[in-house]
Design a protein around this ligand. Structure first.
Ligand code: ATP
Length: 580
């Protein structure tokens, strides 16, 4: 673990951000509990996400189950293809992710896209050894390992289920109903914040690679023929882009292009993906990502997921490494098509025309009686294949005979016998299978990034201090309220003030233990942006003429500057400062 990682993990445990769970039983890697500060920070991030991607965009939000039946993942492709490469040490039995082993010990990057056979060869060529015991791994098989957690639904094993490896499928499977809720009007978006589970081979780096994590995903369903993103809202936003081309170039680094330039130069090929990169840039900044440690990296051709045609990852720099925090993918109609094929249900939207239109439609004799009994049980299948062909390729009926394929067998039929003709029909609309644009955020990686990027050190009054420079909106505690000392009525006044601020909707901590300087440091370390102190002046008992009665000091975390604010104005002032 990097120095930054070690320091953060220590701070996170000591101050209640996150800790490895079930420590009393030795802990299990890949599972974390968010402590009181971390749970609130995570919730604040989720609220900011919901505000941006659901409320302000006018999308819907749903909450689907974590466990879903096998059929869902058969259709989505996860059962067959959601694998990582695994290699086992013959000596100590430890399992390792083969592509990570290669990336960590050679100058090969993005080894995920290399085949298992090639990875095994690379491991042998580079004499790579087991990181745990140093045994040579040359000659050991590299295999595919499916990352889904399997369970049984109900007693017995007849009904296998899986913990979802992404929240997205919970949205896709409900598409027919969701389209109804959207009154069959494209485009519309459906979001979900929820748990996802992946049985990672080697969890590592704190919250970065875990086995249970929270995703915030938006599936934006669009008509690929008609719907354009509202680019004018984002076209001037500057994107730090690390394109496939830049990754290939010798001196390739980040290129800064506006959304408009990125589209015009063909760097980002999907306008919709470009729109979301633009929309998200300001959001990352809002939640506290350091934009000097941030970039958008394009997937290399071999790295694209089975469903994606253009994909960019938002990456943050952590401990010297670039880590994916969000995937932006153009998923096409892959998922809806698969669910339609596997379920037999209609996963399209019926698009009503403004006015009914009359079109010519090629038809064949529906009961295909001409085929006669010699076709036996296949007559219906041949009829269906002919109907399908007439719709797709009416020119095929220009000849005397037409041939269709049914389950690998070719059937040739006289065109005349098919009853082929063209009829005029009036149509009120058409079925459109939407395409999907997906921003997929990992909330834990964001929590980790925001903490790492907020960490700062300086010197105050000759003493070193460390603090978290979190945006006030994200900070788990907005205000710490202290009496200078818990005596002469200052304690009562401060406790009363704390409860009034809580009533006003602020996150407040009351603290009267230890010297005031130490109390400030404690709040600095958890990123509390404001501390309020009740002193003798507040009570009108200080030196001078009592002019400061009814006021308190408000100290700002990063600058440590203090000013006096009237108690009556405090809730309003702090709320305004928190909300920016
Ligand atoms: P990686 O390549 O790092 O395994 P991925 O490409 O498989 O990630 P996606 O499937 O695109 O990730 O998932 C979307 C988001 O979910 C990621 O950007 C990340 O923030 C989060 N995520 C994925 N896997 C994990 C994990 N094991 N632990 C924590 N967050 C994760």
């Amino acid at each position: 673990m990097s120095d930054e990682g070690a320091r953060l993990t220590e701070l996170a445990k000591r101050r209640g951000f996150f800790l490895q769970s079930a420590g009393a039983y030795g802990g299990v890697s890949g599972f974390y509990t968010y402590g009181p500060q971390g749970a609130t920070l995570k919730e604040n991030l989720e609220d900011a996400w919901r505000d941006r991607y659901v409320t302000r965009e006018g999308h819907m939000e749903i909450s689907a189950p974590d466990v879903m039946p096998e059929a869902v993942f058969e259709a989505s492709g996860h059962l067959d293809g959601f694998d990582d490469m695994i290699i086992e040490c013959p000596e100590c039995g430890a399992s390792h992710r083969a592509d990570h082993l290669v990336e960590d010990n050679t100058d090969i990057e993005e080894a995920e896209s290399i085949s298992t056979e090639e990875i095994a060869e690379i491991i042998a060529e580079h004499d790579l050894v087991c990181p745990d015991c140093g045994t040579e791994l040359a000659g050991e098989p590299v295999e595919d390992f499916n990352l889904m957690f399997e369970t049984n639904i109900g007693p017995g094993s007849s009904s296998p289920g899986y913990l979802r490896p992404e929240t997205a499928q919970g949205i896709f499977v409900e598409f027919p109903q969701l389209a109804e809720y959207a009154r069959n009007q494209l485009p519309f978006g459906v979001a979900q914040i929820g748990k996802a589970y992946r049985n990672e081979i080697s969890p590592r780096k704190g919250l970065i690679r875990v086995r249970e994590f929270t995703q915030a995903e938006l599936e934006h369903f669009i008509d690929p023929e008609e719907d354009e993103p509202p680019l004018s809202r984002v076209e001037d936003v500057v994107l730090p882009l690390y394109s496939a081309e830049q990754q290939d170039a010798e001196d390739g680094g980040i290129r800064e292009l506006t959304v408009r330039e990125a589209i015009d130069e063909g760097v980002v090929t999907s306008d919709w993906v470009a729109f979301y990169l633009g929309l998200s840039t300001a959001w990352y900044e809002r939640v506290g990502v350091d934009m000097d440690r941030f970039r958008y990296r394009q997937h290399l051709p071999g790295e694209l997921a089975h469903y994606a045609s253009d994909c960019w990852d938002a990456e943050s720099e952590l401990g010297g490494d670039w880590v994916e925090i969000t995937g932006f993918a153009y998923r096409g109609d892959y998922d809806l098509k698969k669910h339609e094929e596997h379920s037999g249900e209609d996963f399209s939207v019926f698009k009503q025309y403004d006015e009914p239109v009359t079109v010519e439609r090629p038809t064949v004799d529906p009961d295909m009686s001409v085929l006669g009994p010699e076709f036996g049980g296949d007559a219906a299948a041949v009829a269906a294949a002919l109907e399908d062909l007439a719709e797709r390729d009416p020119d095929a009926f220009d000849d005397d005979e037409v041939t269709v394929d049914v389950e690998g067998e070719a059937y040739t039929v006289d065109v005349e016998a098919t009853g082929f003709g063209v009829e005029e029909v009036t149509e009120s609309g058409e079925h459109v299978r939407p395409h999907v644009v997906e921003p997929s955020f990992g909330v834990g990686r964001l929590v980790y990034t925001v903490l790492a990027h907020a960490y700062a050190e300086d010197e105050v009054d000759g003493e070193e201090r460390s603090y978290l420079s979190l945006p006030p909106e994200m900070a788990p505690t907005t205000v710490g309220v202290f009496p200078l000392m818990d005596r002469d009525g200052m304690g009562e006044e401060a406790r009363d003030l704390a409860s009034r601020l809580r009533e006003a909707g602020l996150e407040v901590t009351y603290d009267d233990s230890g010297a005031i300087g130490r109390r400030y440091r404690r709040q600095d370390e958890i990123g509390t942006p404001f501390c309020v102190t009740v002193d003798y002046d507040t009570l009108g008992d200080g030196e001078g003429d009592g002019a400061q009665a009814g006021t308190v000091t408000v100290r700002e975390r990063d600058s440590t500057e203090q000013r006096r604010v009237a108690i009556d104005e405090l809730a309003g002032t702090l709320t305004a400062l928190r909300d920016g």
